[in-house]
Design a protein around this ligand. Structure first.
Ligand SMILES: [Zn+2]
Length: 300
């Protein structure tokens, strides 16, 4: 995520000043009288300021947020729970950027526990940080990528069923509604960061968000230069066929064979959780994900 994109800010400032100048020029040209000119300038200035606040306000808030020290308690949780973070060099630029991405995500996204009133699940910093870390991991090599802010993120205590009840038979650990919230099971979110078995529901659901961001649920994530190209579609079709006929064993878990969207989400989990395995078993798919995410987790 971008904290202070100077070029963008300059453009927004230029547009805002143009509004003010146009207001003044318009009033002068139409009546050539000072009261009109003042009214025109004020209207232009208000429009300009409104434009600037709307377009650049986010970046001012982000800059002020990241100018404060990162909370020590959060750093301890990341050190303890997030391998990806722990592997980033201490005091390095990459670790600082990860921390910035985490706190910007937490400041801008609406994350809360399921239920209402006294029955609402209280969620702690660790759960919030694991969700934000999932976003920071996926976006680490895409510094200009911005997560959409239209979805609430709702945390259930455990796996839930189609009625969102955590009964014994419930087996849904996460879900993204096409035009609605992202749902997580808190227990499975934590498990995803504890084990490295190719299951990480934090990454999985946000991979769906990347897929849905272009308006289609088709396994093709937003902004991928290769995504609409024939090679990628061929790879998805080929791997789905192999998964369904059990000729793609020990690479992605079987759930990837459900459809194109699940294929992408499971491939993303495997890419970050077991990169060496994916690189060895399917170098073509690995290379596509490496190029899309701008990261090479299997290189070291
Ligand atoms: Zn899924």
């Amino acid at each position: 995520m971008q904290v202070w994109p100077a070029n963008k800010i300059r453009v927004h400032l230029g547009v805002a000043l143009s509004f003010a100048a146009l207001g003044l020029i318009g009033a002068l040209a139409s009546a050539w009288s000072w009261p009109n000119a003042v009214v025109g300038a004020v209207v232009g200035a208000v429009l300009g300021a409104g434009w600037y606040l709307w377009m650049a306000g986010t970046y001012h808030r982000r800059r002020s947020l990241v100018s404060t020290p990162f909370p020590a308690a959060w750093r301890q949780i990341l050190e303890r729970r997030v391998d990806f973070y722990r592997r980033l060099p201490v005091d390095g630029e990459a670790r600082r950027r990860f921390e910035d991405d985490v706190r910007i995500f937490l400041a801008e996204q609406n994350i809360y526990g399921a239920g209402q009133g006294a029955r609402q699940l209280e969620i702690d910093d660790e759960t919030r940080l694991l969700i934000a870390s999932s976003a920071a991991i996926l976006g680490h090599g895409m510094p200009k990528f911005e997560w959409p802010r239209l979805r609430d993120i709702v945390v259930h205590p455990r796996a839930f069923d189609e009625d969102y009840a955590s009964e014994d038979h419930a087996n849904i650990t996460g879900m993204v509604h096409y035009q609605g919230p992202i749902l997580y099971s808190e227990r499975d979110l934590a498990l995803g960061f504890r084990r490295h078995d190719g299951h990480n529901v934090g990454l999985h659901e946000l991979a769906h968000v990347l897929d849905m961001a272009d308006g289609h649920v088709d396994g093709v994530p937003i902004g991928a230069a290769w995504a609409s190209s024939a090679p990628w579609l061929e790879v998805i079709t080929d791997r789905l066929r192999k998964l369904r006929t059990h000729r793609y064993a020990n690479t992605l878990r079987d759930y990837a064979g459900t459809n194109e969207a699940e294929f992408f989400a499971v491939a993303v989990e495997t890419f970050f959780e077991r990169p060496h395995k994916l690189r060895d078993k399917d170098p073509e798919l690995y290379a596509m994900l490496r190029d899309y995410f701008g990261q090479d987790p299997g290189a070291s």
